[in-house]
Design a protein around this ligand. Sequence first.
Ligand SMILES: [Zn+2]
Length: 453
Amino acid sequence: MSCLMVERCGAVTFKRSEQNAIQVRMLADGRLSTGHAGVLLAERRGSYPLIDLHILKTSAQQGEVESGTRRKVKRLLSFQRYCHASRLLRGLVPHAPGSLHLLDEHYLGQAAHMLSKVGTWNFDIFLFDRLTNGNSLVTLMCHLFSVYGLIDHFQLDMVKLHRFLSMVQEDYHSQNPYHNAVHAADVTQAMYCYLKEPKLAEQLSLPDVFLGLMAAAAHDVDHPGVNQPFLIKTRHHLASLYQNTSVLESHHWRSTVGMLRESGLLSHLPADMSQDMEQQLGSLILATDISRQNEFLSTFREHLGNQDLDLQLASHRHFMLQIALKCADICNPCRVWELSKQWSERVCEEFYRQGDLEKKFDLEISPLCNQQADSVPAIQIGFISYIVEPLFEAWHRFTEPSLLSQTMMGHLHKNKAHWSRLRYTHTRLDTQTCSHTEKRESEGGDGEGEDIP
Ligand SMILES: [Zn+2]
């Protein structure tokens, strides 16, 4: 299987093939220079997390990088390709996305049964991912495309569709605790639930549904497991490529466009139509930039206040797709506690890993990334109070409110209360441990026989 990834911002083009990877780099004068994969792969061996931290440390501390090193950094346009090459070198062949047939029929039967309930809010995406042998995203998307008749409507080639979806799934980083293909599948499943909301479903066209599902599936593709401030302060090439603005989201979008073009999924459509779809995908994926939350929320509230949303207008439907995708992306606290808790722990684990890297390389530890200072309950309560609740309260009003919306708000309030109790216990234990230690120290005793409740 070959794979061409294109990231066009007037700068660099990459090409990859698993058997015979050739690197293609556009020089300043427009000529292309090629380097054989063997050289390229050798340079990538054993690096984690897909960023050469030695280079970053040098860059961050000295403010400059050598010209040879600069070239290496430029090659890291795709984080996942970097990891993939490293895995191949170590002889670890990734599982084939089409390997469902290897599973016991019992598992396939259970996965099929789960798909019959894909529109329910307590859908367990972790279980579904296990039952599909790590192919939740591809399996879910194929099923939803079939449910909506999108394959017939857009005359899609099934081989191209499968190739595209497999590339997207594979370009998520399975080693990320949170930003991996299961998160993408979870967001896609939530998006499907929102697209079915009566208020939206009556008005959405098939192209709207197609774009909504595609954006959900690809919205975090090739996420490196670190955030934008990390890329900026370590002077990663992508940060300068996208001028420190929506760096990750721009990369997710342009990577998706690259995979769309390589798979040829839309190549049979008129050029202006496929270009328009690429642009709309960009607008949807870029809306997931959490730093633009207030911008979207105030526009949404204004529309709700004025009661002027007219879903017959394409621009208003597009805006509501943006809002639906934003909700789907941060809906974890609105899930049932058992699922919600797993997501919370995963996202915090990803933050802490970034904090550990920052500590290791003498960089300032980013907010929420210090495991000693930022507890999971405290992070979750802040996230729910400042980000999730305001958005979902507006969504609740929009749906007037629907049954699903009421269910989500119920989970959200219960989960917040649960985290508050956990934080209280956490703080109480911390305080008591502290006062016991102080008491021991002031008494000069060894504390033997003392209980900490
Ligand atoms: Zn996401």
